[in-house]
Design a protein around this ligand. Structure first.
Ligand code: ZN
Length: 865
């Protein structure tokens, strides 16, 4: 699911969209039953072994107009051994009645208070023998406004109710064994006000009216893990878009009545995508029906079998608008691919989430490319890859197959590693093995529905190519981007030696005038060349998930120094290779293997090529240098940036960017170039937009554009503009996030005022914090913002409170320098135990500062020559 959000932060490429932010884990206080005291030995994160759910029969009374609901569930359970109690998940549910039946025995059961891991013990009195037990629970629960469990949203004056069970929110809807390894049949009955549409994963089996309410019973849904359970209730309009695939699965688009005319794109594309996927997997889509449900405000989309939920703007739109279509097709492809990868074959535990998300991401990319629906596929693929590389270069980066020690770890797994890195690694191995062979591996892997682990896929791979399968497994367990040192030796018999560091096994493909040469390198590995090549690309097509580090042979070192792009000129690189090259050099800066001075020489060589992909490569390098600039160097570095990029930003900052390239260029530069270096006409046009938004309301401009406009207008606008925006934010709270995000672009002198706004009672502190957080994230304002935070640290911590103070710690990750590291440690380490996620935030921030200290290695404060 959330990977689509991640992806779109790249695709939509708006100024306001940054990294995919995993949703904050819920921290509401638990409501517990007036239950018996907790049994002595509560399980940890995982349910105890020896108890297996066999089937659920759930009945929910749902009314979108109400904030509570009533539920009843019967769960058939198998006990491997006699038991006095059964543990299951439940969160924020009031379980009022509990009974059990075991053979001829039955009786009332007790329900313990929920544990910290959201489990209740159902007490059975005397031990019940091994075999089958049926638990019957009656309870009430809550319908929230966040996207966790059941939630409702108002649209056109009417309430609609939706659900989101992934990752750990099914337990807020039904007491259940909420782990993905349990794939069992679910029977669902919904009781809803008459006149409302009721939907679940399976088709309707029967319905009747009882007391002005409709009772809708759905067909049994086989093999459903709890996190894919879904329902929707409301005054929806259902638009039939026909039957799709080999088994003629009926598809409907489920929207608010006013949107029924705007669903043409789904009607056109769902059949094509399903056909393509069925062909690829050589399997029909495993569903009895499919509803595509539009949710007004959502994080992206969610692949629940039979009931996929989408943020409305990705499902409903103008089918002549290319940017809507690109987004729409990508979302559809991702969620439809999940019907096989993730739903039919489900990762048995969250440590292998990549099995669902990396495959769906790789397939949505592959399908969009195959169907020709992407503009500039090279750029889009490389931007996604760059996103993965940036996350993977962090010292705290997790491997694809990761350890899960808490519910927070589960939420965190929905990140650029599970999605974009996973997709990039799969694409690399596909290229290496060949598309057809790789398709056979995937088909073997998904042949049997059920649960899977990484080993299931590696075993399918192993049967086709054992050494490569081993290399693939190596990528799963190792965090970080492999670095391959390359040396071209033309002294006698021409050859290239590729040496992965740390003994990693890396599929290396290089390109030269005679074609492509690929080798699985694990120590120093020689690629023989027919003649000394005129040019050589170390990562052919930018498809390899590794960084190239060239070193010239000793005889050639002096010459190499003059030509920083060893040994190939920019002009020989394909667009994707130019972008990959920029990432390689940015990584070299981060490792401290390329000095700032030399980096500037290379940046200028890239800019001299007068090619947009080379310019983006130069920008990637500049961003890495930018991180390490300290306060004394800010002015001269700003001058260097302005000299090189301000004109380019003026060109890119049109208000209607058309291409992916325009978007990427504009957003990268708006974040990098200090606003006081922008050309006057850019600032002037931006100011006109901001003034209009202040006068007529912010709806006159797209929210992401508003942030950019404020950023560009900030230097000339000064204090007067800052305060006008603050007043607007206090009045127009619907757009407070955009106003505040824009304020973060004002110069360093505004830092103390930004801190005051977090403490200002007119604003919710966690929503005002991004002004300061944004200032801490940008080089020109970073140090001033940190001083302003330190000056009022106690007040800020108290105001943000235990729940939101981790955002403060996280924001210090952009600081750079031993002195500041010490300050951060001193400020926060005594307090982390009282802050939700505080310890983890501090560890990550310190690791990030450490990385910056490493890359800033050179003693000069200014990178300018
Ligand atoms: Zn997904």
């Amino acid at each position: 699911m959330r990977g689509v959000v991640a992806l779109l932060s790249v695709l939509a490429a708006s100024c306001s969209s940054g990294d995919p932010k995993p949703r904050e884990p819920a921290r509401r206080p638990l409501r517990t039953t007036d239950a018996v005291s907790s049994p002595a030995k509560a399980p940890g994160l995982r349910l105890p072994a020896g108890v297996t759910p066999l089937a659920y029969d759930v009945r929910l009374e749902l009314d979108p107009d109400r904030e509570t609901f009533a539920g009843r569930v019967a769960i058939r359970v198998k006990l491997d051994a006699p038991a006095r109690q059964i543990w299951l998940h439940g969160d924020e549910l009031e379980i009022d009645k509990a009974r059990y039946r075991a053979g001829t025995r039955s009786g009332a059961a007790t329900v313990s208070r929920a544990t910290e891991h959201e489990m209740h013990a159902i007490g059975l009195g005397d031990a019940v023998p091994a075999g089958e037990v049926v638990l019957e629970l009656e309870y009430t629960g809550h319908v929230g406004d966040d996207l966790e469990g059941l939630f409702r949203q108002k649209f056109g004056g009417k309430w609609f109710l939706y659900s989101q069970a992934e990752a750990t929110y099914a337990r807020r809807i039904v007491p259940c064994f909420d782990e993905p390894r349990f794939k069992v049949p679910w029977r669902v009955t919904l009781v809803v006000p008459d006149g409302q549409v009721a939907l679940a994963n399976a088709p309707v089996a029967s319905e009747r009216v009882v007391d002005k309410r409709r009772e809708v019973t759905f067909a049994e849904m086989p093999n459903l893990p709890s996190h894919l359970f879904a329902v929707a209730v409301g005054p929806f309009a259902l638009v039939d878009v026909g039957k799709v695939g080999k088994q003629g699965v009926p598809v409907r688009v489920v929207v608010a009545p006013k949107d029924t005319k705007r669903v043409g794109a789904a009607g056109a594309w769902v059949p094509k995508l399903v056909d393509t996927l069925e062909q690829y997997f050589d399997q029909p889509m495993p569903l009895a029906k499919l509803d595509l449900v539009a949710v007004p405000r959502f994080f992206g989309a969610m692949e629940n079998p039979g009931l996929i939920t989408f943020e409305v703007t990705s499902l409903v739109g103008d089918d002549k608008d290319p940017s809507f279509l690109r987004r729409h097709i990508r979302f559809l492809a991702h969620e439809l691919a999940h019907q096989w990868v993730g739903n039919a074959v489900t990762p048995a535990w969250w440590n292998d989430l990549w099995l669902a998300e990396a495959f769906a991401t790789w397939l949505d990319d592959k399908l969009s490319n195959a169907l020709g629906t992407l503009d500039d596929p090279a750029l889009r693929t490389q931007l996604a890859r760059a996103h993965a590389l940036a996350a993977d270069r962090e010292l705290t980066a997790k491997p694809l197959r990761r350890e899960i020690a808490s519910n927070d770890d589960i939420e965190d797994a929905f990140d650029a590693i599970s999605y974009e890195k996973g997709a990039a690694v799969i694409a690399m191995f596909e290229q290496f093995v060949g598309e057809e062979k790789f398709r056979d591996i995937v088909r073997a892997y998904i042949k049997r529905p059920g649960t899977a682990t990484a080993q299931t896929f590696v075993a399918a791979f192993d049967r086709i190519d054992a050494p490569l399968a081993k290399a693939f497994a190596g990528y799963l367990d190792r965090a970080g981007v492999p670095i391959v040192d390359m040396e071209l030796d033309c002294s006698s018999s021409p050859r290239l030696v590729a040496s992965p560091r740390d003994h990693a096994a890396v599929p290396v493909c290089v390109r030269h005038p005679a074609g492509k040469s690929c080798v699985l390198a694990s120590g120093p590995t020689t690629i023989a060349l027919a003649s000394c090549p005129a040019w050589l690309v170390g990562n052919a097509d930018g498809r390899g998930y590794y960084h190239v580090q060239w070193s010239a042979p000793a005889s050639d070192r002096k010459k190499a120094k003059q030509s920083p792009i060893v040994p190939t000129a920019v002009s020989q690189l394909a667009p994707a290779e130019r972008l990959a090259h920029g990432e390689d050099r940015a990584a070299a800066i981060a490792r401290g293997e390329l000095t700032k001075r030399d980096a500037l020489v290379e940046i200028d060589a890239l800019l001299a090529a007068r090619d947009p992909y080379a310019e983006l490569a130069a920008i990637a390098m500049a961003v890495e240098v930018n991180r390490t600039v300290d306060e004394a160097g800010v002015a001269s570095w700003g001058h260097e940036l302005g000299k090189r990029f301000a004109k380019r930003l003026s060109r890119a900052a049109t208000w209607q960017p058309r291409t992916a390239l325009d978007f990427a260029m504009r957003d990268a530069l708006a974040d990098l170039v200090p606003p006081d270096r922008f050309a006057n006409d850019t600032a002037h046009a931006a100011r006109a937009l901001v003034d209009r938004a202040l006068r007529d309301g912010p709806t006159t401009i797209r929210s992401s554009e508003l942030v950019l406009a404020i950023a560009l207008a900030a230097p000339a606008g000064g204090k007067a503009l800052f305060e006008r925006i603050v007043t607007a934010a206090a009045k127009n709270t619907a757009f407070v996030d955009e106003w505040f995000e824009g304020l973060a672009y004002f110069d360093a002198s505004f830092a103390p005022r930004a801190v005051e706004l977090v403490l200002d009672k007119r604003f919710e502190p966690d929503r005002a914090w991004p002004i300061v957080g944004g200032m801490l994230g940008r080089t020109p304002t970073r140090d001033a913002a940190w001083r302003a935070v330190q000056a009022r640290l106690g007040e800020l911590l108290a105001t943000l409170g235990a729940k939101d103070a981790a955002a403060m710690i996280e924001a210090t990750a952009g600081l750079c320098g031993a002195h500041q590291r010490k300050q951060v440690e001193t400020a926060f380490s005594p307090r982390v135990s009282t802050i939700v996620n505080g310890k983890r935030a501090l560890d990550q921030a310190l690791a990030s500062i450490d990385r910056c200290i490493t890359s800033s290695g050179a003693p000069t404060s200014s990178p300018a020559p």
